[in-house]
Every structure is written in C-alpha cells, then in structure tokens.
Design a protein around this ligand. Sequence first.
Ligand SMILES: *Cc1c(COP(=O)(O)O)cnc(C)c1O
Length: 223
Amino acid sequence: MVPESAAERLAAIRAQLPASTQLLAVSKGHPAAAIRELAGLGQRSFGESRLQEAAAKQEELADLSLDWHFIGRLQANKVRPVLQRFAWLHSVDSLALAERVARIAGEEEVCPKLLLQVKLRPDPAKGGFVPEELRQAWPQLRALPSVQLVGLMTMAPLGLAAEQRQSLFGDCAALARELGLDQLSMGMSGDWPEAAAAGSTWVRIGSALFGPKPLSPPAWDAI
Ligand SMILES: *Cc1c(COP(=O)(O)O)cnc(C)c1O
C-alpha cells in the first residue's frame, strides 16, 4: 500500500535507509508549501533541477535553514546564479564545466561541494564522464581551486533489472574508492534500495516522497 501523506512516506523511507545514507528530497515540480511541510518533519536537504523554479521557492522559504543541492543539467551560462544559491552541485559532467565552476566560485568567494556525474553504461539520454575520461581528467580536476570534489553521482539507464542496477551502483562505488571520494549520489524513487545497498550516501528521491506532481511541467520549462 502506498502511504498517503508526506509524513508517512518520509517515515517509511527513513525507516529503510541505512545509517550511512542520507535522504535528498527532490522537490522539483512541487510547491514551497510541500517543502515546508517536510522541513517541519526534520528534512533539511532538498534537490532542485531548474534554477528559476528553485529560486522562487528559496525566496519563499528563506526563513528556514535548508541545504540546497542542484541536481539538474548545469548550463554554462547558469553557473554563477546556481553557485549563488546552491552549496552542492551533483551534476558536474565535464572538465570544462568543472573549470568554469571553479573560476566563478573563486569570483563569488564560495567553495561548493561538487559531485562529478559519471556514465557507467551507454545511455544516449544522459550526460556524464565515462570512467576513462574521468581518470584522464582527474589530475586537472583535483587541482581546481575554490571547489571541494566530494563524490560521484550516477543514474541508471531505464530498463535495467534490479541486479544490473545494483552492479552499476557497485561500479560507481568502486570508482569513487579508486579516486578517494567518499560521497555517492545514487538512487531515485525507482531504484534507491539497490543504490543504498551498494553504498550510496545520498539517495535523491522525488515522487516516492512528494507523491505525483501537482505542477504542470511546462510552467517550469524555461530555466
Ligand atoms: C527528478 C530527479 C530525481 C528524482 O526522481 P524520482 O524518480 O521522482 O525520485 C533524482 N535525480 C535527478 C537527477 C532528477 O532529475
């Protein structure tokens, strides 16, 4: 049975998460009031993927002290406003983008936590470093000033079986270990149990927490 209230859904997920896995509540498409409700239940970390939508909600929720994570595709021309609003970026998917983030972070005098997005299986729908690219770029990435490289983020392609997803998440964990990174952003509503079992430190859960989207996507389309 699907729990009916956000409080019940939050409690059910919390009860199943390992102690080492944190919940990132993905609030894209959901109004500020829904975020406020979860914040009232102790949820601090929220993920958004569209700048304009996030900015409006952040202003409405400025009285709360929340941690905001940017999880959407990061466009080069949005780096500065994203850095002004988010302390965590889960979707840094190229060396050029990381260099730009570092330069602008220096100008803005911030030091964001970055997770590098990796693509561990062929997937035309998704961006990310393939492992070889990441190993090659690693010396330049780790030398970047003004950013903290804390981990890797990945998404499983649609259509994988549970054991294939768990193996993919295990590969991501192994790559993070190889690079000495300790944060792993893996797992969404449909696959977070496998990700948590593979060592995810951040599961990014939207629909299983907030329920179906009340806002029509087109309203939020323009970034
Ligand atoms: C929307 C989104 C999620 C959450 O997806 P759900 O299936 O609703 O849990 C997680 N990660 C990213 C990058 C997303 O864009």
